[in-house]
Design a protein around this ligand. Structure first.
Ligand code: ADP
Length: 497
């Protein structure tokens, strides 16, 4: 079989007129008759050509109109599939290449009433294959129109793939084939295969031109539909993102409102707690002061003579009263700090002042326990930005703890060192140390380490919790490192003033 795989540039052709001798004034009747006949023939040919051109133009205009009615891809496919091809006398097959690259046989159309249904029924079962010589596979390589004039029925049968389809195709009738590509921006989008009736003249250059014009309009329609589909998908995605965003914003807003409510609840609970502690400490302080007052009066003998044992008991009562009072004060103090109700009077002071004051305060306690109180390297002239009273409270707490938890003969040292934007104040001791699993929890309120090494100590278990809150309140930190049985080092870091 031979394919004429090139444009057929010969038209149906009309007979060329003779090259007549110029009119010489006298014409024979025979010559006159010949000329009149020739002229009539020319007029007829011109009329036929004009009619064909009109039909083609009408067809193209109708195609444009059909394709222009919808941007929806499936409706565009339907518009292409509904083409009638008056100018090309025969039937046609339309293939399109889908987004994923697969070939979809969109339509098989026959102009004859009795063959239309059978042609249409082929659409679903006539599957294109890669080596077909019709449809998209026939032009996939060079994107040019293909004309098959010889043994076109074999080419169609070869592309049929099953005997029933071959039978139907032969019944539809095969003369010659014209396969035109549907190309948009250099990309193959599909192909239209025109099949002429058996015995019809081969496709002319005008036919190829018309087929290619139809294909061009198909391409434009397909591209517009695909762009529209892409735009719709992008819009849908953007819309989904907008809805998601709105949902996320609503969730975030809800979370914010919940957090705000939780914060308000917590504030209210804190306020209630502080208020409760204030009332409670006030209520407790009054009878406690009365206990102390009456114990003192009894000690003076105002209610009659007091024995040594009774004085001893009264002293214990007063010691317990002092402890209880300090516990109440500490609880109240801690609650105030923890709930953010404490106020700090921050100013720049010289470090040395506070260190000297703390040393002088703890010295008697150290002496009483036979503990050496030492001053290491200090940077006393450094200035710190603190609330002086709170800073003193922390250092005294650390030093009296160091003395309290160091056995007689041990040593407690106070030193300081300038760091980048802080001053580190160290209180180290050679005391009992803290077990490693307890070292962080000693900053929790009411935490007291019980161990064989610890001698019985009086304390509230709130000193370090308060000290750490105070350090944080001044923009500083309080940390500890310790070795059980060897001693501890507490480091208070405060902002440089
Ligand atoms: P308190 O001294 O009133 O018990 P603190 O909060 O000041 O309360 O201390 C909590 C606990 O931390 C103490 O009971 C003790 O077990 C431990 N502790 C504090 N300082 C030292 C230290 N220098 N050496 C060993 N243990 C310490």
């Amino acid at each position: 079989m031979t394919d004429a795989a090139a444009r057929n540039d010969g038209g149906a052709g009309t007979a060329e007129p003779h090259s007549d001798a110029p009119y010489a004034g006298s014409i024979s009747p025979q010559l006159l008759t010949e000329r009149m006949l020739l002229s009539a023939l020319r007029e007829h040919d011109a009329a036929v050509a004009a009619e064909m051109a009109r039909e083609r133009a009408e067809f193209l205009a109708a195609a444009c109109l059909r394709f222009g009615t919808s941007l929806d891809q499936e409706l565009t496919y339907a518009a292409i599939a509904g083409l009638s091809l008056p100018g090309l006398q025969g039937w046609c097959v339309v293939d399109v290449i889908e987004i994923g690259g697969s070939i979809r046989r969109l339509a098989v159309m026959h102009p004859d009433e009795d063959k239309r249904v059978a042609a249409h029924a082929l659409v679903d079962r006539w599957i294109p294959a890669a080596d077909d010589r019709i449809g998209v596979p026939a032009i996939e390589r060079d994107l040019h129109s293909v004309i098959v004039t010889e043994r076109a029925d074999d080419a169609v049968a070869g592309a049929a793939h099953d005997p029933e389809t071959i039978r139907v195709l032969q019944w539809l009738g095969v003369g010659s084939l014209l396969v035109v590509p549907i190309v948009g921006h250099g990309i193959l989008l599909g192909a239209i295969t025109f099949v002429s009736r058996p015995g019809a003249p081969p496709y002319s250059a005008d036919d190829v031109e018309l087929g290619e014009a139809v294909a061009m309009h198909c391409a434009q329609a397909l591209e517009a539909a695909r762009l529209y589909a892409a735009a719709r998908a992008a819009w849908a995605e953007a819309e989904a993102a907008r809805v998601d965003g709105e949902g996320a914003r609503a969730v975030a807003e809800m979370a914010r409102l919940e957090a705000e409510q939780a914060r308000r609840d917590a504030d209210e609970a804190n306020d209630a707690k502080t208020q409760f502690l204030r009332t409670m400490s006030h209520e407790l302080r009054t009878p406690l002061n009365a206990i102390s007052g009456y114990a003192q009066l009894m000690e003076t003998g105002i209610y009659g003579p007091v024995t040594d044992e009774q004085i001893d008991a009264l002293t214990r009562i007063r010691r317990s009263q002092v402890h209880l009072l300090s516990l109440i004060n500490s609880v109240l103090h801690y609650a105030k700090l923890e709930t953010g109700h404490a106020e700090f009077d921050i100013r720049s002071i010289e470090l040395g002042d506070v260190l000297d004051w703390a040393l002088s305060l703890v010295a008697p306690q150290a002496r009483a326990h036979n503990i050496t109180l030492a001053v290491g390297t200090t940077t006393s002239t450094d200035r710190v930005n603190v609330d002086p009273q709170r800073m003193r409270q922390i250092i005294v707490n650390l030093m009296s703890n160091a003395v309290k938890f160091t056995n007689p003969g041990g040593r407690v040292e106070l030193s300081s060192e300038r760091e980048e934007s802080t001053v580190a104040i160290r209180v180290s001791d050679t005391g009992i140390g803290i077990p490693s699993d307890k070292v962080q929890s000693i900053f929790e309120p009411f935490m007291q380490v019980r161990s064989d090494l610890a001698r019985p100590h009086q304390g509230t278990g709130l000193g370090l919790a308060i000290s750490r809150e105070l350090a944080h309140g001044m923009g500083g930190t309080l940390t500890v490192s310790s070795t059980l049985g060897a001693g501890s080092v507490f480091v208070l870091r405060l902002p440089v003033g």
